[in-house]
Write a protein that binds this ligand. Structure first.
Ligand SMILES: [Zn+2]
Length: 343
């Protein structure tokens, strides 16, 4: 995917624990992640009178807590945290929401469906949860060994969350927050998570895009076992189309990768990427195929168990989008597998 149309005003990534002002009153914080995607960007918004609003928290582990302590004793020393905002429930964004909320004596601000989903998964310990995971991945065409892996891994969300807060200050699409005398508007995303909050400040010309728009990689858009009939790709593309109405020169602050200008170009690239994936997906359904078989047409590289789960969800998202368009049909086989073929 070409990136040549994007302008990156800051060419170098920040080191962990460092803070950099990327626009007046808006500071960039970077936290490490122990994954192939090795970092997350967080944001600190000056709120006037020695106060600051934080956006996203990093993963719920000791390394991230230690970096927060460094920041709170260093670049953020003496500031009162007026708001703790999370864009969505994924563990790199909400993993320390509860810990920071207690540490800083501030309630979490998030959309209610994101908080509910995170709180639900964090509390989830039932055997039914595992049964449902296995049921879903069997339909996708996982073999017996892969299904054993699904069962033994269980709920992988819990381990990446420190504490999920017991209460939330809910925000929804269109809500406005005044931070540092400027209005930040919540723009609801879609497709990547249940009610993803993007934050837009017209006065600053800045969009905190979370995981909805990323400069280099395509955000994961997946169908997951809790909602196996979902059609998230339609939601994702609709959300991109809404964001494209923002000014072309908006400075986009994404959760992964470098800040950039070129929102319209990036929306167009991401849309084109999915159109191309939809064509490949449809091509893979010339003969009846399981989701795992279709996946091989979309992901040619080796995938570990974790990546295979994500790739499966992403593949099913494309299949369900084609089903809604009427170009692919699905049948349940006697083997308990969903078989997809061209209509
Ligand atoms: Zn995410």
């Amino acid at each position: 995917m070409s990136r040549s149309t994007l302008d990156h005003p800051f060419a170098e990534p920040l080191a962990p624990g460092q803070v950099l002002e990327v626009a007046p009153g808006i500071r960039w914080i970077r936290m490490p992640l122990p994954f192939a995607l090795d970092h997350i960007n967080l944001w600190a918004l000056d709120d006037g009178d020695g106060r600051v609003a934080l956006v996203d928290t990093g993963l719920g582990n000791d390394a991230t807590k230690e970096l927060w302590e460094v920041l709170l004793a260093g670049p953020l020393a003496g500031l009162t945290v007026s708001r703790l905002i999370a864009t969505h429930f994924h563990p790199d964004h909400m993993g320390l929401a509860g810990w920071l909320s207690r540490r800083l004596d501030v309630d979490l601000t998030a959309s209610v469906r994101e908080w509910l989903f995170g709180r639900m998964l964090w509390l989830e310990e039932s055997e039914e949860f595992n049964d449902n995971q296995v049921r879903y991945y069997r339909r996708m065409g996982f073999d017996a060994e892969q299904l054993d892996g699904v069962r033994s891994r269980g709920n992988t969300y819990r381990a990446r969350i420190d504490v999920m807060p017991v209460r939330v200050l809910g925000i929804r699409n269109g809500d406005e927050m005044t931070i540092g005398g400027r209005i930040w508007r919540m723009i609801e995303g879609g497709g990547h998570s249940p009610e993803h909050a993007c934050l837009y400040c017209e006065e600053a010309g800045v969009l905190i895009s979370g995981d909805q728009v990323l400069p280099r990689i395509s955000p994961i858009v997946g169908v997951w076992p809790q909602q196996p009939e979902a059609e998230p790709l339609g939601l994702f593309l609709d959300a991109l189309a809404r964001l494209r109405h923002l000014p072309a020169d908006t400075l986009v602050l994404p959760s992964h990768g470098l800040p950039f200008r070129g929102l319209h170009a990036r929306v167009d690239q991401l849309t084109a990427h999915h159109v191309e994936r939809l064509e490949k997906t449809q091509g893979a359904c010339a003969r009846p195929a399981s989701a795992v078989q279709v996946l091989r047409a979309l992901f040619t590289r080796e995938l570990d168990a974790h990546q295979l789960g994500f790739a499966t969800g992403e593949t099913l998202a494309h299949l369900h989008h084609l089903m809604r368009q009427g170009s692919v049909v699905r049948e349940m086989g006697e083997d308990g597998i969903w078989w997809f073929r061209r209509a």
